[in-house]
Every structure is written in structure tokens, then in C-alpha cells.
Design a protein. Structure first.
Length: 110
């Protein structure tokens, strides 16, 4: 099963605009085997957050990107919940990687 088909099976499905943003963030990973999905989902979320931080995107215009990053991380945990032994490790890894993005961000002066 591809990652795209795994996403298609999620219920309830995300609104079309959100799904389109998720698909765009995943790119070619959509067509890979779903067994690699946690890594691809987390990497896509990281990419979105990194771009938002780089652009200092704090306006309402960034809402769809924020929702997509949140949905991608949620899917990581949904996948992990199907494999309870992996849940703690996935949570730790996701928090570490997302937090590292903020640490690498150049500080702006007020």
C-alpha cells in the first residue's frame, strides 16, 4: 500500500485544501510504500515548519501550513498507535526534531 492510499483510508478525511497541502508537502513520498510513512510524514511536517520559521510566517496566511504540519505529525502518532511498542520512541523523536528547528532559527531583534 502506498502512503497516498494509507492517507485515503483515514477517517474522517481532511478538507480538500488541507489534503492538497499535505500531498504537496509529501511530494514523491506519496507513491512510496506506506511502511516508510512515519519518517516521510515527519520529514514533511519538518519541512513545513522550517519554511514557516525561515519566513517568520506569523500571519493568518500561514494557517493552512500550520494545520498541514499538525496533521502530518498527528498521522505519525496515528500510525504509531497501531504499533504501541513504537509510540514512546516516535513521540520522543518527533519532539526532538521539531524542537531542533526552533533552536536552529536565527533570533530576530524586537
Amino acid at each position: 500500500m502506498t502512503l497516498a492510499r494509507w492517507l485515503d483510508a483515514r477517517h474522517p478525511p481532511p478538507p480538500p485544501a488541507l489534503r492538497a497541502r499535505i500531498d504537496a508537502a509529501l511530494g514523491a513520498a506519496l507513491h512510496r510504500d506506506a511502511i516508510d510513512e512515519p519518517a516521510a510524514l515527519l520529514a514533511a511536517a519538518e519541512g513545513i515548519v522550517q519554511a514557516l520559521l525561515h519566513d517568520d510566517a506569523t500571519s493568518r496566511g500561514a494557517a493552512l501550513d500550520l494545520l498541514a504540519a499538525d496533521a502530518l505529525v498527528t498521522y505519525v502518532f496515528e500510525y504509531a498507535s497501531e504499533r504501541p511498542a513504537e509510540l514512546a520512541g516516535r513521540a520522543t523523536e518527533a519532539m526532538r526534531r521539531i524542537a531542533a528547528l526552533a533552536q536552529d532559527r536565527p533570533r530576530t531583534q524586537p
